[in-house]
Design a protein around this ligand. Sequence first.
Ligand SMILES: Cc1cc2nc3c(=O)[nH]c(=O)nc-3n(C[C@H](O)[C@H](O)[C@H](O)COP(=O)(O)O)c2cc1C
Ligand code: SF4
Length: 484
Amino acid sequence: MAYPRIARMQNVEEFRAYCEELGLPLQAEDRIETAPDSPLAQPLTAGGKTLGNRFVIHPMEGWDGDDDGKPNELVRRRWRNFAHSGAKCVWGGEAMAITPDSRANPRQLMIRPETEDSLKALHAELLDIHHSYFGSNADLLTGFQLTHSGRFSRPSQSGLEPRILYRHPFLDRKFGIPDDYPVLSDDEVRGIIDLFVRAGGIAERCGADFVDVKHCHGYLGHEFLSAVTREGPFGGSFENRTRFLREVVSGIRATTSRIQIGVRLSAFDFAPYRPDPARSSGSRLGPGIPEDFSGALPYRHAFGGNAQNPVEFDLSDTFRFIELLRELDIRLLNVSAGSPYYNPHIQRPALFPPSDGYQPPEDPLVGCARQIEATAQIKAAFPDMIVIGTGYSYLQEFLPHVAQWVVRSGKADAVGLGRMVLAYPTLPKDTLTRGSLNSKRICRTFSDCTTGPRNGLVSGCYPLDPAYRNLPEAALVRKIKASL
Ligand SMILES: Cc1cc2nc3c(=O)[nH]c(=O)nc-3n(C[C@H](O)[C@H](O)[C@H](O)COP(=O)(O)O)c2cc1C
Ligand code: SF4
């Protein structure tokens, strides 16, 4: 099914009318406001600092570090773009694996003693660039995202080397995990906790204000939350499924002096999706349909999903988890959803699928609205949490209009940018200083930045960023896309 293109909408009235037609609880303000009046220009007290505005840069990895897990020029360029974007929080920078075998790709950054100096230099450059553009770093908050890729570990080009916490009825099959494949032992989990704690110390020495103990997108931290069928101290009960978080947090607190802790959370998850075989042909992807979960109800593998209908969210467990964050004195929460590997339409709404995805099963605006609504429910229930929203890139021209409404009405404290920052790094600055956007740089959700890495290439905005458009990889990405 073809959905109306946002780029072709003439004005915000047309956008609003279309949202109304879809029955979406989305609003968009009449015009983009600039600083100092814009709600997006208001300061925010978070992580011990007063941030200069309500824009956040989400973690965005590029599958482009050196083989030894150190940043190189492509990584540094991306971080320089984060630095002068105008956003006042760089949440995570990008996923940094705690060990070589826990990388999601062979070129993922690693956070371990061997890479400490290079990460310190990367962070220092981020601060220098921010300072040179804005004259001070007092209003900027930075974090490092700590990750173990778990089920989606792929440390070499030869394919997935999953590290799983439990047998998953659909994902094991989808990703070819044989019946006799081992689950991580409790001792292995304890070793992983120690390495997260070690990474927290490294982040502190590198100068980051906080670490994100990643709990999203199907990676290990997220998988703990749905490990209801795992036996032993790290599975089953809510208390056991959150032991990983509690032990990492207490370990980091015991071994560091000032670093704050935040969590990026897939606040809800759905059953895995796949291209509808009846509507796919050759390599042409059909629209996404959920796996047939009818024989697997109640569905217990989607944290924050409705167990009777796991294509809807139910935030009861999510609220319990956030209550735990508060008890642990964690206030920084970046709300995401689902996983890019098995239900990307709820995670990063897009008009064009990546090569391992499917055509959108719904208007991508529905995906944006779903994340905004879940985030608003979280903020309403936990007003003292600093809540950052996700999934805004598909809003395109109307991103600032919707973001203003979200922040003004207290549905989130700040708005995060993912793909948009690859395509158009200075969107925050342009919004707040000019009150208008450069339409030639707006992310159109072509998904090349996902298709590239899924095919072993570096990630970047091949269509819109001249530095990537001219790489030899760009031709390969075009060829792969043409075959879809
Ligand atoms: C190329 C690419 C790299 C990403 N890297 C990370 C990452 O390192 N850590 C993370 O938590 N999310 C990562 N994400 C997810 C984004 O942070 C964000 O949640 C997602 O793109 C939806 O936001 P958007 O609509 O603004 O793009 C990545 C997404 C893309 C497309
Ligand atoms: S490749 Fe560029 S335009 Fe396409 S989704 Fe990624 S950032 Fe957006």
